[in-house]
Design a binder for this molecule. Structure first.
Ligand SMILES: Nc1ncnc2c1ncn2[C@@H]1O[C@H](COP(=O)(O)OP(=O)(O)OP(=O)(O)O)[C@@H](O)[C@H]1O
Ligand SMILES: [Mg+2]
Ligand SMILES: [Zn+2]
Length: 476
């Protein structure tokens, strides 16, 4: 027998089995009990929250052979046909592929006929926001003069795209994602019915990853069972979801505390090699740092950090967050993250606050000497050469013509607007060959003589690089 996904197998057959959506369920089942069902509804909400499911339950409530009820039997022929999707009085229309006026016209013609088998005809219009304007207008006519024994349910993930004229003639329900614990209960119920072993933590991970989508939760569970060879264990689920094991996160933070930069770089390398999603890792680390920093600031020690680490965390928080932003537009995230870690090297005089308070300002000579030596040894021309080899002549040309200023703990490269983007794009390479963090600053080059000369030089440079000829040169 073909494998049936959990979402399909456990699609709720009645209101009681629906996860969350308490308000929707309560209102609808009361309306059915009191015979006050409206002839048109809008079900709005993100994917996989039960819009289609509830529309089908309503169809059953109205057409169950045992009579109109909020607890359809699920066993009569009508109930079973509705569950299978083959009931002749239930029309499921996908507006995404039937969005035109002709489709709605044929629906309108249909509306005047009596139901074939049941008491009510139910039209479920999925992705209703995709209908064309003409189709909406045609639909509006039908909604304005509702023929008896027809119920319209417009399901949509984008309520704002449904015209007001339509909305004012429908009762709208907003479907909200169930809570994590509701999703977890739902997953548990499935696993218990299936007799599958599981870890609580694994279910926590899945409910978190589903972001409130019930269908999503069920299909992650499908995968987790397969991946875990018939069991849902914490470790395999972590692997499946690319969650970084707690020990690795903790190890990283401990090495951060010890400023063991080599280990930090190595961890990033290893995670990358083992196929973890580095963005996920980096987000988790920055989140932790931020949280721990907040704790320290309000005077609480954390599991790993103490008050004396406050400054370190302030720097790390800043540097790591910048790296997150930068990484968004780079393919090689690993480089960015490793570089960010290396930037911690430049946190000079990171002396525990406590020590400063006890002993006064520290004698930082040894560190400083080393730094000075490094600074002396830094050869800008050589660095530019190396950058050129890696990033190309345009970049090194731009650097040669740039105004580069060395600051206490950074370099500022001042360039014209026209090249700053270019340099920013290759900042990863540039940074590699500078011993301190590099900041690219845009400056406006005004038309004074000296600047002209500079411009001329860079034009020369480009010409030389491309063995070109100057055809036209416009001054600003
Ligand atoms: N509230 C819920 N309770 C229990 N199961 C649900 C719920 N919502 C969704 N599901 C599960 O997800 C599957 C898809 O649900 P359904 O088709 O009703 O979602 P939908 O809201 O119509 O999504 P879409 O916008 O993608 O059409 C169902 O088969 C069911 O197993
Ligand atoms: Mg649906
Ligand atoms: Zn029935």
């Amino acid at each position: 027998m073909a494998y049936e996904s959990f979402a399909r197998k456990y699609r709720p057959k009645n209101f009681e089995e629906v996860v969350g959506q308490e308000a929707v369920v309560k209102t609808l089942s009361n309306a059915i009990k009191l015979d006050r069902l409206s002839h048109a509804y809008i079900f709005a909400g993100s994917r996989g929250l039960g819009k289609t499911t509830i529309a089908r339950i309503i169809t059953k409530c109205l057409n169950c052979e045992k009579g109109i009820t909020d607890k359809p039997c699920g066993e009569c022929e009508n109930c079973r046909e509705i569950e299978k999707g083959s009931f002749p009085d239930m029309y499921e229309i996908d507006a995404a592929s039937n969005r035109g006026i002709d489709d709605i016209r044929s629906l309108r013609d249909n509306v005047s006929y009596a139901p074939i088998k049941g008491r009510y005809k139910v039209y479920i219009i999925d992705e209703a926001h995709m209908l064309t304007r003409e189709a909406f207008n045609a639909l509006l006519k039908t909604l304005e003069e509702p023929p008896p024994n027809n119920v319209f349910i417009l399901a949509t993930t984008e309520l704002h795209k449904i015209p007001d004229t339509i909305r004012s003639r429908c009762q709208t329900f907003i479907f909200k994602p169930p809570s994590k614990s509701q999703i977890k209960e739902y997953l548990k119920r499935i696993l218990e019915k299936e007799g599958i072993q599981y870890d609580e933590e694994a279910l926590d991970l899945i409910s978190k990853a589903s972001e409130g989508g019930v269908r999503d939760a069920a299909s992650i569970l499908d995968q987790a069972v397969i991946y875990g060879s018939g069991e849902v264990k914490k470790e395999t689920t972590q692997e499946l979801l690319g969650v970084i094991p707690e020990e690795i996160l903790k190890g990283f933070l401990k090495n951060l505390k010890e400023k063991n930069l080599k280990e930090l770089v190595k961890t990033i390398e290893r995670l990358d090699r083992e196929g973890y999603d580095l963005t996920v890792f980096w987000n988790q680390i920055t989140e932790r740092i931020h949280k721990d920093l907040v704790s320290l600031v309000v005077g609480e020690n954390t599991e790993i950090f103490e008050k004396e680490d406050t400054e370190l965390l302030i720097y790390a928080n800043d540097i790591f967050k910048k790296a997150s932003l930068e990484a968004r537009s780079f393919n090689d995230k690993k480089d960015i993250y490793q570089l960010a870690v290396l930037k911690l090297r430049f946190i000079k005089n990171l002396v525990p606050l406590k020590e400063i308070l006890e002993k006064g300002l520290p004698d930082s000579k040894p560190i400083k000497k080393e730094e000075e030596k490094k600074e002396e040894a830094f050869d800008l021309q050589k660095a530019i050469l190396k950058i050129g080899r890696e990033a190309g002549g345009i970049i090194s040309g731009a650097l040669k013509n740039a105004n580069i200023k060395e600051n206490a703990d950074s370099f500022t490269i001042m360039v014209d607007k026209t090249v700053s983007d270019l340099l920013n794009d290759r900042l990863d390479v540039i940074q590699k060959y500078f011993p301190k963090p590099v900041i690219i600053e845009e400056i406006e080059i005004k038309s004074d003589r000296k600047k002209h000369k500079k411009r001329d030089e860079s034009v020369e440079k480009v010409l030389e690089l491309f063995e070109g000829k100057l055809i036209k040169y416009e001054e600003e």
